[in-house]
Design a protein around this ligand. Structure first.
Ligand code: FE2
Ligand code: FE2
Length: 135
């Protein structure tokens, strides 16, 4: 996996939300880095902690973003919220399975998270950015 590097094309023209996306990406990069360091108990504990941190941060960010979407009267709030909930559920499920020993965090999971995160920031979040730009 490769690290995600934020650039201006990720911007949604809202400084607070951009900062949150950067933090979310930083957590992703940390997780990616941990898995690169190898395997073993210490690595898997660190990876589990990072995934937990992502679950918490993503859900914090989603709440903030949804609040912003209400403020701007975004017409597709319900659909957008559903995407957030899907991600929450997915990460929650991973965390639960990892803690119960049902599965081990691996690069395949990281790749799914990365794809989702990038698609969401670059396509889904850009839709409300375009809505605001339309005025
Ligand atoms: Fe977002
Ligand atoms: Fe979003």
């Amino acid at each position: 996996m490769a690290q995600i590097i934020w650039n201006e094309s990720y911007s949604v023209n809202n400084a607070d939300i951009d900062a949150q996306h950067k933090e979310w990406i930083a957590i992703y990069n940390r997780l990616d880095n941990i898995l690169l360091t190898g395997s073993g108990d210490a690595v898997s504990r660190a990876a589990t902690d990072a995934l937990q941190a992502m679950q918490e941060y993503a859900s914090y960010h989603f709440r903030q973003e949804e609040q912003y979407l209400r403020e701007i009267n975004y017409p597709d709030l319900v659909t957008h919220k559903r995407l957030h909930t899907d991600f929450d559920d997915q990460i929650y499920g991973y965390n639960r399975k990892i803690r119960s020993g049902e599965f081990v965090l691996n690069t395949e999971v990281i790749s799914i998270i990365k794809t989702w995160l990038l698609h969401h920031i670059l396509h889904e979040d850009q839709k409300y950015c375009a809505f605001v730009a339309q005025g």
